[in-house]
Design a protein around this ligand. Sequence first.
Ligand code: ADP
Ligand code: ADP
Ligand code: ZN
Length: 215
Amino acid sequence: MNIILLGPPGAGKGTQASRLVKDHAMVQLSTGDMLRAAVKAETPVGLEAKAVMEAGELVSDDIVTRLIDDELTQIGPVRGVIFDGYPRTAAQAESLEGLLAKHGRKLDHVIELEVDEDALVDRITGRFTCAKCGEGYHDRYKLPRTPTLCDVCGSDQFKRRADDNEATVRQRMAEYRAKTAPILPFYEARGLVKRVDGMAPIAEVSAGIETILAG
Ligand code: ADP
Ligand code: ADP
Ligand code: ZN
């Protein structure tokens, strides 16, 4: 099973992908995570991407296509893949077709998380993650069970993203509307697009995705 999770920043892609990884032993391929790792490691890709990401703009198609190609090579053919935050442009969607063929995979579902843009700023500005294991949390919607300790690994170190501020979020939403939403018809024409109400509580969104995967 290979799926794309599509939706604007804060829609819940990462949250749902990480649940799918746990329950279905799928592999999450998040270009955002890959790029943040590159920025942190100060690789050539990271050095090129840093300012672009901080401005809430999109990194070049060539860079992200190369990152995905490398990851698909590393994981081999065995497990299903969740594309999280990729593709984000028509050019990336086109490149993905070639990559899927090259790596012997086919797309099963494109799941669009439908959300109300007004809620996204609130979601993004309240977002934080465990600094050790990466588990995602929210100041109001998903606090750790013990307030200062990660549910998954017990760490007491958390972090927030440099680009999770209101001004950058607005720019990222504009990018989504202008460049990413227009790729939906490409998948719709092939009957791949399934929609889930991303405004529902996290567990309900997960249940909606389960129904799609089972269908
Ligand atoms: P994305 O990967 O699409 O940018 P995330 O999965 O990181 O989005 O979710 C953004 C923030 O909103 C996180 O803090 C997450 O805990 C929270 N969140 C995710 N899904 C929901 C939901 N259905 N209801 C409320 N908060 C949510
Ligand atoms: P979110 O889901 O909150 O929008 P991501 O972690 O997916 O955030 O992406 C963070 C930033 O990384 C984006 O604003 C963009 O600069 C860059 N990025 C991530 N994925 C891509 C992609 N597929 N194409 C271009 N830029 C990307
Ligand atoms: Zn943790």
